[in-house]
Write a protein that binds this ligand. Sequence first.
Ligand code: CP
Ligand code: NVA
Length: 305
Amino acid sequence: MVTDFISLADFSGEELLAFLDLADDLKVQKRDGIPHPLLEGKTLALIFEKPSLRTRLTFQVGMYQLGGATQLIDTRLGERESVADVARNLERWVDGIMARTFDHDHVIELAEAASIPVINALTDKLHPCQILADVQTLREHKGQDLSSLKVAFVGDGNNVFHSWANFISRVPLNLTLVCPAGYEGAPEIVERAKADTKAEFHITQDPEEGLKDADAVYTDVWASMGQEEEAAERAKVFAPYQVNRALLALAKKDAIFMHCLPAQRGSEVTAEVIDGPASVCFDQAENRLHAQKAVLATLLGNASR
Ligand code: CP
Ligand code: NVA
């Protein structure tokens, strides 16, 4: 198995499902009060170039529950010294590096220079930790047979969508991106998902077509971190794709609503939907903890199920 967690496409389907099964086990152990100090004495450095609530807290709490510790570094990589030099320092002191960066290449540079595992905690391109937690949540609500399920991702073909596309390139799960023209995601990621998936993958501008038979309707902010200057323009372009009651009604009757958070109520989703009975967004937030603990225990501690 690869020792860094940069892209879900770096793993086989079996490896991704093993992370998910371990995440389920760790969730039960936490619930039942069974200690699981799989990373006793280990330390994880947390590098944040962008804000975070969920990622920061869940990595900190997760390492604590695994018997380890974290050290936080708020910095812009490459400004004071090279990215590689940061990696070569950190590997002398800690057992793993988690990084949230703007430039995806910075996470790759860290991984190439460091002999210790590097975990991608969101870049402009990918958000793999989020999708592991999301699939854990999807299985809890819709069952283990992912190949029979359909996720409709509504909105921007962004970092979160890219990681969904990478996931379905390794594990059969039906995915449709419902987006305005020009926001279909990075061609190389879309092409890989099309070529590699053993399920259905479609992109459409038509919500009616895209949400038909969907078991889960997913959305994310229209302007991601770093795209603040485009927010006004994007608000106009994405307006027809707001997940409101009428749009959600195009999916299956029992469809769940998913959002990685933070959410902008009144923009990509109405309060009625995100605070309504279909919403599982706080289950997703909880599962960030369990899913990332599975990644940490596997990469830093060689845990397997
Ligand atoms: N979903 C997510 O990654 O949240 P944060 O930006 O708060 O970490
Ligand atoms: N696409 C969003 C996800 C936030 C968790 C962003 O990058 O800002």
